[in-house]
Design a protein around this ligand. Structure first.
Ligand code: ATP
Length: 134
C-alpha cells in the first residue's frame, strides 16, 4: 500500500516551526518550485526565498522562508531555514521598512555595498509583503 502521509519538519535556528504529518508539501527550490508527495525519493537541495505550503487534510499551512536546505529521507521532509513566518506572524511595517532600506541601498551603492545582501534583503521583504497581500 502506498504511504499517504509524510513527516514534515520546518526548523529555524530559533525554533521548530512545524512538526507534523502531512499529505503534500510545496517548497521554493533554488531551481524552481518542488512538490513533494509521501514516499519521495531521497533528496538534498537548496531552497530560495519564498513560500512553503503544507497540506494536511483540507487545512493548509504556509510559511515565508528566507531560503535554506531541504532534505527528504525515509518519508521525512526537513526544511532548514534562517527564518520562517506564517502570514499572521508577518509584521507589515517592519517588512515595508526593510524593503525601503534595501531599495535605498541598491540605489546608492555606497561604501561597503554588498549587492547580493541588498538583493536578498529586498527579496525577503517583497516576499513577506506579497504573502500578506501588500
Ligand atoms: P529586518 O531587516 O526587518 O530584520 P530581515 O529580512 O533582515 O528583516 P531576517 O534575517 O530574514 O530579517 O529574519 C530575522 C528574524 O526576524 C527572523 O526570526 C524572522 O522571522 C523575523 N522577521 C524579519 N522580518 C519580519 C517581519 N516583517 N515580520 C515578522 N518577522 C520578521
Amino acid at each position: 500500500m502506498s504511504k499517504r502521509l509524510q513527516h514534515v519538519l520546518v526548523v529555524t535556528p530559533e525554533r521548530v516551526v512545524y512538526d507534523e504529518e502531512a499529505r503534500f508539501v510545496l517548497v521554493p527550490g533554488s531551481e524552481g518550485d518542488l512538490g513533494i508527495l509521501p514516499g519521495h525519493t531521497p533528496l538534498i537541495t537548496t531552497l530560495r526565498i519564498g513560500l512553503v505550503r503544507i497540506r494536511k487534510d483540507v487545512a493548509e499551512s504556509g510559511f515565508v522562508i528566507s531560503g535554506g536546505l531541504l532534505e527528504i529521507r525515509n518519508n521525512q521532509v526537513t526544511v532548514l531555514t534562517g527564518a520562517a513566518e506564517t502570514p499572521e506572524d508577518i509584521d507589515l511595517a517592519r517588512a515595508r521598512e526593510a524593503r525601503k532600506r534595501a531599495e535605498t541601498r541598491l540605489a546608492a551603492q555606497g561604501p561597503s555595498y554588498d549587492s547580493d545582501r541588498a538583493r536578498a534583503a529586498l527579496m525577503r521583504a517583497i516576499t513577506r509583503l506579497r504573502v500578506v497581500g501588500k
